[in-house]
Design a protein around this ligand. Structure first.
Ligand code: SF4
Length: 197
């Protein structure tokens, strides 16, 4: 796995990549829509939330799969299960790294990729509050951002999707919203190893 990062002012990031109608529309087709607290519909004012921050730092993890792993997932069920296991494990690792990064940048908050998978079943399904609000982070998707364009433009990676086979690699993209520009040294403390794009 290797990482890439990029940074933009929040206003510019929103202008370039946010299209709520289009991307929340895709979320509405997902079976997890309105069943997980990290996902849409978000229960707060998105503009007010984002307006608290000046910068968005994005981090992408590129997870390259071996030919053996790809070949062994030779049924639709295996593609789904193996893909989910790989992505879920990397997502949990990235979320932890981003929470560590938050500690280096006062007032910052991280954003995750896809729906929260900290619990087996999200409490939203029962109409109950999130069980771990201190750990749960909203997904970038939930704000209506164009993840494919962000990943391509800011990280130089084309997102590949699972079809009838596992893709050559998965890409997970997370973000850190901050009021101040993030000091470069903050990255070092989390043990990231970055690829040069
Ligand atoms: S921490 Fe649990 S309850 Fe909260 S959003 Fe994640 S899965 Fe749902």
């Amino acid at each position: 796995m290797n990482f890439r990062k990029g940074c933009l002012p929040v206003t510019e990031f929103r202008k370039r990549y946010q299209d709520r109608e289009r991307f929340i529309g895709y979320c509405q087709e997902c079976p997890r829509y309105d069943t997980v607290w990290s996902c849409p519909p978000l229960d707060f004012n998105v503009d007010e939330y984002l307006d608290r921050f000046t910068w968005v730092n994005v981090v992408g993890a590129k997870v390259v799969l071996s030919a053996k792993v790809i070949d062994e997932a030779d049924t639709a069920e295996k593609v789904k299960t193996v893909g989910w296991e790989i992505v879920s494990a990397v997502k949990l690792e990235l979320e932890e790294k981003m929470r560590q990064l938050e500690k280096q940048v006062p007032g910052s908050v991280s954003l995750s990729s896809g729906g929260c998978n900290l619990c087996k079943e999200c409490s939203r399904k029962e109409g109950k509050p999130c069980r771990m609000p201190e750990k749960m982070r909203y997904s970038l998707d939930a704000f209506g951002f164009d993840l494919s364009a962000i990943t391509k433009d800011m990280l130089g990676i084309d997102i590949l999707w699972c079809k009838d086979r596992l893709p050559e690699y998965f890409t997970l993209i997370h973000g850190l919203l901050s009021a101040e520009e993030m000091p470069e040294a903050a990255w070092d403390t989390t043990g990231w190893i970055f690829d040069v794009t």
